[in-house]
Design a protein around this ligand. Structure first.
Ligand SMILES: Cc1ncc(C[n+]2csc(CCO)c2C)c(N)n1
Length: 233
């Protein structure tokens, strides 16, 4: 089964996420607000592209279940995840000027590039595999943290987003569909391996994303210019 094989290989990154200082301090309530702000600013870019990649996979896949899942998730993203972000932005007073002035951090750029790359170099099924850690890892984090609870209301709301029954259900559906695609006789052993690799790299990117926010990661300071494509649109 894809989900078991892929998770076994990505395990160190998942464990690293569960115990990352960003997550630990979020639960304790003493995570620096600069780090949380930076996370949200970078995540905005990530979510925008995450949604676009869903539509590209939907258009390019020949599997009706995959197409339906991608269209439906893109819709849900538009009214779910991105709405929640909108609330956080308002509450933290993150204004368009700050968004415009914050360059996309290397890890956010790298993660997004990795997902698009699967469509160019490989197949819609491989790109699909690169999307799964996003929802599945956050659901696993949400479940672990839900019982603990954060004394910081804002951070608790972030945790609640990922500890819901709907979240568990949608992750379950995604896992069933991807396991089905993986086991399909049309999926070659080479493509199966590429799916696992794409999942593991996305898991590494998820792990790096916490560090990116915690350390307020930027491009090397001796760089005289920022890569043009890393600037916010
Ligand atoms: C870097 C990063 N990774 C995962 C998520 C979580 N997430 C993003 S969209 C979505 C809905 C599922 O399709 C979920 C759970 C995030 N916000 N940022």
């Amino acid at each position: 089964m894809f989900t078991e094989i892929a998770l076994a290989q990505a395990r160190p990154y998942w464990e690293g996420s569960f115990t990352h200082p960003f997550i630990k301090e979020l639960v304790a309530g003493d995570l620096a607000s600069t780090a949380f702000r930076y996370y949200l600013l970078q995540d905005r870019y990530y979510l925008e592209h995450f949604s676009k990649i869903h539509l590209l996979i939907a258009q390019q896949s020949s599997d009706t279940q995959v197409k339906a899942l991608m269209y439906q998730s893109a819709n849900n993203l538009a009214d779910g995840e991105q709405m929640v972000r909108h609330d956080f932005f308002q509450e933290l007073q993150i204004k368009p000027a700050e968004i415009a002035q914050t360059p996309i951090a290397p890890t956010a750029y790298h993660y997004v590039s990795h997902m698009y790359r699967q469509l160019v170099e490989h197949t819609p099924n491989v790109a699909l595999a690169s999307l799964l850690p996003c929802a599945w890892l956050y659901q696993a984090i949400g479940q672990r943290l839900a019982t603990k609870g954060s004394p910081n209301q804002l951070y608790q709301r972030w945790i609640d987003t990922y500890a819901s029954d709907e979240m568990t259900e949608s992750v379950q559906t995604f896992k069933q569909i991807i396991n089905h695609v993986y086991a399909d006789p049309k999926t070659t052993p080479a493509e199966q391996q590429e799916m696992v690799d794409a999942f593991v790299i996305s898991s590494a990117m998820e792990y790096n994303f916490w560090g990116m926010a915690y350390e307020l990661e930027t491009w090397p300071s001796d760089a005289k210019i920022q890569p043009k494509s890393a600037k916010p649109q």
